[in-house]
Design a protein around this ligand. Sequence first.
Ligand SMILES: Cc1cc2nc3c(=O)[nH]c(=O)nc-3n(C[C@H](O)[C@H](O)[C@H](O)COP(=O)(O)O)c2cc1C
Length: 195
Amino acid sequence: MSYVIAISGASGAVYGVTLLEYLLRAKHRVYLLLSRSARLIIRDEMGLEWGSHFSESAEILEKRYREYDLILCNEDDMTAAIASGSVLTAGMIVAPCSMKTLSGIAHGYSSNLIERAADVSLKERRPLILIPRETPMNRIHLKNMLAASELGATLLPAMPPFYHHPETIEDMVHFIAGRALDLLGLKNQLYKRWS
Ligand SMILES: Cc1cc2nc3c(=O)[nH]c(=O)nc-3n(C[C@H](O)[C@H](O)[C@H](O)COP(=O)(O)O)c2cc1C
């Protein structure tokens, strides 16, 4: 199956990287989108050097994920496969989803390939999971989350719970990543389920 993972410039790049690596290891094709801010945050929060523009990232990720079916898309390239609904994908996750990208998606703005691919997911009625991260939230953020939900997206805020007694940051990240995979119908053991 093919999935789209978009990492936008909110805190919590680790959610997107975790989902990317899970799907690649599970032998899925992943179309990856990185915003400019996401590259900065991946470096700052995760200590990963993924380049500061598309061609650098393409070179770095081609080496890092050589054995996997990864297609890095340029966020400015509206001719990319995933800009069209005719290219079949089984779902898209924006992890994390910044308030700016949320706004673009909720209003059908399609100003870059992240927003366009999300727009395609909505028009094709494919699963679109947004992992928003901001705190506190203002009325615009809340209204945009409601608008996106009404359009068919699923809002899965980066709000890990504590009932599964997380011991590490990874436990908390895996809970959110695992719930996103659940929503795509992908069985996974990333987190401890309530029993
Ligand atoms: C270190 C850092 C952390 C940020 N964290 C957030 C965040 O958690 N949520 C958010 O909506 N924006 C956050 N921002 C601001 C976004 O990066 C900014 O609005 C950017 O324009 C988003 O663009 P993008 O959606 O195209 O990535 C952060 C910026 C920086 C530099």
